[in-house]
Design a binder for this molecule. Structure first.
Ligand SMILES: *[C@@H]1O[C@H](CO)[C@@H](O)[C@H](O)[C@H]1NC(C)=O
Ligand SMILES: *[C@@H]1O[C@H](CO)[C@@H](O)[C@H](O)[C@H]1NC(C)=O
Ligand SMILES: *[C@@H]1O[C@H](CO)[C@@H](O)[C@H](O)[C@H]1NC(C)=O
Length: 694
């Protein structure tokens, strides 16, 4: 009897041990780099990025330009931050554009770093030096290396061997309390995601060590479930709130954008559904209290609340996009995908010049100038934060932003866990070619102007019958699906929000129509998790009674006329200029939200101009009845908060709003007025006389 009990206990321990070395499966599987390619306007957009600072910085920007091409120690210093970020972005950028030089540079970077791994397993500039070793700088490099292996499978053994060697060292360091500085503390999840990739694809019998390392990273790092808990989460701009952790970096925008991956990654090794709920809660809290109509959230270094003149850092935009893609893969709740699409089509282009040579550090929803601001509205950032240029305020966003478009593209399609079905997650023009389970070779091409058009034309070929899924965004109103030219059917999304289409082998055409209404505020998709109550059916709340307008994924803004001044020209690269923008026209408008119309002006030959994210270039606009009001500046030069119940000082007029991503100076959170009550002379008749700018 005693023996039997003993055996049961031991068996229990063994089972628990095995259970702990397992990882929870993801709801959907990402596809390797090289499966999904951009098409149409999206291909053009990546070409614009490649022709801009992203594709040229290796030639002239000292943080990543390799002047000593024979090697030397140059690459090592890059692995601290800049080179690691650059590599993470340029691997997919180079491959998606089939760009000979960028592919060669990124391959040389990989070779140099791996060839110089030291005998302990360390990768990076601290080899052979007395410098203390901190783990974080390598994490973006790991993401780049994984992407490289996905495309160049012949590199698998070399990269995986180097990573396993590094993991053994990292595990020992963590046991000895080494390697965790303030960045490794806050960004631990990025290493966990890499460890999980090893565990899923190339465990080499090291499952226990991998999971043990995940745990040690978590327990030596920021307790994100506490930071994102209902009680402790900051419900407003944090400079006004005492930090219960005594650590500013826990409320740092980029750390939090990356930290959104922490709880879904934790769930994968704890298998505790509380971690999944905490993951969903973190997303909801962040966007409820700091969300922007652009889809991003406000953090001008630290969380900044809801005011439209506060900043959102470019790095947090691309990191939150990447985290949202990961959250959807683990949890399968489409609200993550809806918001990633909004960030990509609004916040990302809004903060970079149309030719993608200049980027801001911080963007504002209401941005009436982009210049040296003294004083400035950002408590933790400098006066140049919203200038468009090479590296205003800090250089990190220059090297980190280029991951945005490429990773949006590579995460646009997913497979179901059984690899039998394909999911089209982010709507836009793409092509995909892959082998599904049972040797089912499938190719998909999607021709569309979306988000600058409502119709998606799919051509699909498959060796065998299979199921295709497509995300129907929450903002779609009506809409239809037609298979092989048959009658249009209404959408009938299944419980996870995806529209299922059973396809026969051979060629199929699908036509998807995804129209939307103008909405005052964005109605969030209800969470599929019943325990999360932060999401609500109300439209997004904007302070001071102001409103933001949306149609489909796009947020609309009044594009303020501007003058441009060149502040600085890089001595080595004449395209790398710092630009100041000043307003050159009235922007102090209130709008009447009951008098809005949507206009669509189809582009000639169904081809969008290039670059499309520029004033007057997109085919869509919203006209609004507006009146001129008094709206003072808050400083030189930013707006004060939108006035509540403003008085008109001019007659009714009609203003044209454009997609936010096409504007550089803008108002996109408007005070409201009632056009029928505007007592200013001529007010009621003016609407028809103003020509619409289309
Ligand atoms: C990439 O370009 C090379 C020529 O530079 C060509 O041979 C190759 O087929 C291209 N690859 C893809 C995937 O388009
Ligand atoms: C799951 O996580 C919750 C919250 O952290 C904790 O209270 C609970 O004990 C955990 N459950 C298990 C089985 O570990
Ligand atoms: C605007 O004013 C008109 C005229 O007084 C009134 O009938 C209407 O209800 C008002 N609209 C709103 C939204 O308050």
């Amino acid at each position: 009897m005693k023996r039997a009990i003993f055996a049961t206990v031991v068996l229990g321990a063994v089972l628990e041990h095995q259970l702990q070395a397992k990882l929870a499966p993801k709801a959907f599987e990402p596809l390797p780099l090289g499966t999904i390619w951009p098409a149409g306007w999206l291909y053009d957009q990546l070409q614009v990025q490649t022709d801009g600072v992203a594709g040229h910085m290796h030639e002239f920007y000292p943080l990543v330009a390799n002047t000593d091409w024979t090697g030397g120690d140059s690459y090592y210093s890059y692995l601290e931050e800049a080179g690691s970020y650059w590599f993470n972005a340029m691997v997919p950028n180079g491959i998606l554009m089939n760009h000979t030089v960028i592919k060669k540079k990124s391959r040389e970077f990989l070779d140099y770093v791996l060839d110089n791994q030291d005998f302990t397993g360390w990768l990076g500039p601290e080899v052979g030096t007395e410098k203390p070793r901190y783990l974080w700088g390598r994490y973006p490099f790991f993401f780049g290396a994984i992407q490289m292996v996905e495309y160049h499978t012949e590199l698998t053994d070399r990269v995986v061997t180097a990573l396993h060697k590094f993991v053994r060292l990292a595990n020992t360091m963590l046991r000895n309390g080494e390697g965790v500085d303030k960045w490794a503390e806050t960004r631990w999840e990025d290493f966990v995601v890499t460890l999980q990739w090893l565990h899923d694809k190339h465990p080499r019998g090291q499952e226990d060590l991998l999971v043990d390392t995940m745990r040690r990273l978590k327990w030596s790092g920021t307790p994100w479930e506490k930071v994102f808990s209902r009680d402790l989460f900051p419900k407003g701009p944090v400079e006004q709130i005492p930090n219960p952790f005594g650590k500013d970096l826990y409320w740092h925008g980029v750390n939090m954008a990356e930290g959104l991956k922490a709880l879904p990654a934790t769930y994968r090794f704890t298998l505790n559904t509380s971690d999944l709920e905490a993951a969903t809660l973190s997303w909801d809290l962040l966007f409820k209290y700091h969300g922007r109509p652009s889809g991003a959230f406000g953090a001008d270094e630290l969380l900044s609340g809801l005011e439209a003149n506060r900043g959102s850092e470019l790095c947090l935009v691309v990191e939150a996009m990447f985290s949202g893609s990961y959250l959807y893969q683990v949890i399968g709740d489409l609200k993550f995908a809806d918001r990633v699409e909004r960030m990509t089509y609004n916040a990302l282009p809004a903060t970079i010049t149309s030719n993608m040579w200049g980027r801001q550090y911080l963007q504002q929803q209401n941005q009436v100038a982009a210049k040296n601001m003294t004083p400035n509205p950002f408590p933790e950032d400098g006066p140049e934060s919203n200038i468009f240029g090479l590296e205003p305020n800090y250089p990190c966003c220059t090297v980190n932003f280029p991951q945005g478009w490429p990773k949006f593209i590579t995460n646009a399609f997913l497979a179901t866990p059984d690899k039998k079905s394909l999911v089209h997650l982010y709507l836009g023009p793409f092509s995909a070619r892959l082998m599904l389970a049972d040797d089912n070779a499938v190719s998909v091409s999607v021709e569309t102007l979306y988000p600058f058009g409502d119709i998606l034309n799919y051509q699909i070929r498959a060796e065998k019958d299979f199921t295709f899924y497509v995300r129907i965004p929450s903002w779609v109103s009506g809409g239809s699906l037609s298979v092989n030219g048959d009658a249009k059917q209404r959408f009938s999304p299944n419980e996870n929000g995806l529209q299922k289409v059973d396809l026969k082998k051979g060629a199929t055409t699908l036509v998807l129509e995804v129209p939307a209404e103008i909405t005052v505020g964005m109605y969030p998709r209800l969470s599929s998790s019943p325990n999360v109550v932060v999401d609500c059916q109300m439209a997004e709340y904007r302070p001071h009674g102001s409103v933001a307008l949306h149609r489909g994924p796009l947020n609309y803004a009044f594009d303020i006329a501007r003058t441009e001044k060149v502040l600085k020209v890089n001595p080595d690269e004449p395209y790398a200029v710092d630009l100041e923008y000043d307003p050159a026209g009235v922007w102090e408008y209130a709008i009447d939200p009951s008098q809005l119309s949507f206009h669509y002006n189809p582009p000639e030959g169904n081809v969008l101009p290039s670059p499309v994210f520029d004033s007057g270039k997109t085919p869509m606009s919203i006209t609004a009845t507006a009146c001129h009001i008094e709206w003072p500046l808050g400083g030189d030069m930013f707006t004060s908060n939108p006035p509540k119940n403003p008085e008109c000082i001019g007659e009714n007029t009609v203003i044209t709003l454009e997609p936010l991503g096409a504007t550089k100076l803008r108002i996109s959170e408007f005070p409201v007025f009632n056009a029928s009550k505007n007592g200013v002379e001529g007010a009621t008749n003016s609407r028809a006389q103003v020509p619409l700018k289309l």
